[in-house]
Design a protein around this ligand. Structure first.
Ligand code: ADP
Ligand code: MG
Length: 365
């Protein structure tokens, strides 16, 4: 019977950890180990604080339960992970055993990984946001495009008819600015149109090499050092080459621009992951290509991180603020994800995860 219980305990999808009355770890199942980052042999006889560090959030919850004597449930506490972003975990702590009230008893801690739910939530709000960009884009295009054509035509006419140089210059300035606005409207239109992707086998390394050379030639980028770490085992995979070019051009350009005032190293790496966040149509994790772009620029302040992918948000005097939102749009259309992580003063890291097999609704050409 003892073995059966241990088997059930180990098979639970929730993390469970049992502490004795002195906070020593008595039992811990594999899921709890994963969430807490515990090594298999690290635990017997040691206290929770010794193993996790006293400042781990779960130690705080345990302490509160010890003090109040009452069970406690917390939503989405962030559990730090050594090499990954923190995992949101629901935590329930309760007294077990039959110690008389007022004396310390054994505790059970149940933990549930909420990353999938959180990702789903983020996906939904992201999709809603993208849809609203589409509506705005369509509205602007409709209201702005036609009058722009009229303005441009009229300015050209004035330019041709007028004799003095100043009027001609003014007229050509109008034409030039109208063209700039038209360009922006065109870019914004990517959100409005539901164009199908043109899928063809793409060699991601060739694609990256092509645009890296291009961006490095731009003014101010000569001193930036490029380091490429490509995983040669990545096969060609179906994607829309022109769209992906746009994605990585925007991202690489941002990274290089971030290092213009203080040249550093731009690291581009690729690899395969079984990313649990990219879930295929059959609900299973699917093989994913990860392209990582890491710069040594100034980093991005926390308070603007959430706004970066909003169209027209820019901190650059001549920026359009469309680069990241357009990049995110095309990555999503490929069934992928784009993540931004940044440390002030150290740099910014962008991960683009693309499924090796694109969503079925995109046609192949
Ligand atoms: P733009 O480059 O025209 O400003 P983007 O959408 O490409 O528009 O980027 C939006 C903003 O995000 C930038 O103005 C900049 O503040 C910030 N940003 C993007 N990439 C980086 C990066 N690698 N390092 C620091 N800041 C960045
Ligand atoms: Mg940009």
């Amino acid at each position: 019977m003892k073995h059966d219980l241990q088997g059930i305990f180990d098979a639970l999808l929730e993390g469970v950890l049992i502490l004795d009355e002195a906070d020593r770890i008595e039992r811990v199942n594999p899921e709890a180990r994963r969430l807490l980052g515990l090594a298999v042999d690290a635990t017997p006889g040691r206290t929770l604080g010794e193993v996790l560090g006293a400042d781990h959030p779960v130690c705080g919850v345990v302490e509160r339960v010890r003090r109040s004597g009452r069970a406690s449930i917390h939503d989405e506490i962030e559990f730090p992970q050594r090499f990954e972003s923190p995992i949101p975990v629901d935590v329930a702590v309760s007294n077990i055993g039959d110690a008389p009230s007022g004396t310390p008893s054994a505790l059970a801690i149940a933990m549930r990984d909420r990353s999938a739910a959180r990702t789903l939530r983020e996906e939904i709000s992201e999709r809603e946001r993208q849809e609203s960009y589409g509506h705005i884009a369509a509205g602007i295009a409709h209201e702005v495009r036609n009058p722009l054509g009229g303005i441009r035509g009229a300015a050209e006419l004035i330019g041709m008819r007028s004799q003095d140089e100043r009027s001609q210059k003014a007229a050509s300035l109008i034409v030039q600015e109208v063209d700039r606005i038209s360009g922006l409207v065109d870019e914004l239109m990517v959100f409005a149109r539901g164009d199908r992707l043109e899928l063809r086998p793409v060699n991601i390394h060739r694609l990256l090499d092509g645009l890296l050379d291009l961006v490095q030639l731009e003014r101010g980028h000569e001193a930036i050092r490029l380091v490429r770490r490509y995983d040669p085992s990545i096969p060609e995979f179906e994607a829309d080459e022109a769209r992906l070019q746009q994605v990585f051009l925007n991202l690489v350009r941002n990274a290089m621009q971030a290092m213009e005032s203080r040249p550093g190293t731009l690291k581009i790496s690729t690899g395969m992951t079984l990313e649990h966040r990219l879930v295929g149509e059959d609900g299973r994790a699917q093989p994913t290509v990860r392209i990582r772009i890491q710069d040594e620029g100034p980093g991005i302040p926390e308070e603007i991180l959430g706004r970066l992918s909003t169209p027209f948000f820019t901190t650059k005097p001549k920026g359009t603020g469309l680069g990241l939102s357009v990049a995110r749009h095309w990555v999503r259309r490929h069934g992928g994800r784009l993540r931004i992580e940044s440390v002030l003063g150290e740099g910014t890291r962008i991960d683009v995860d693309l499924p090796l097999h694109p969503p079925a609704q995109e046609i192949r050409t």
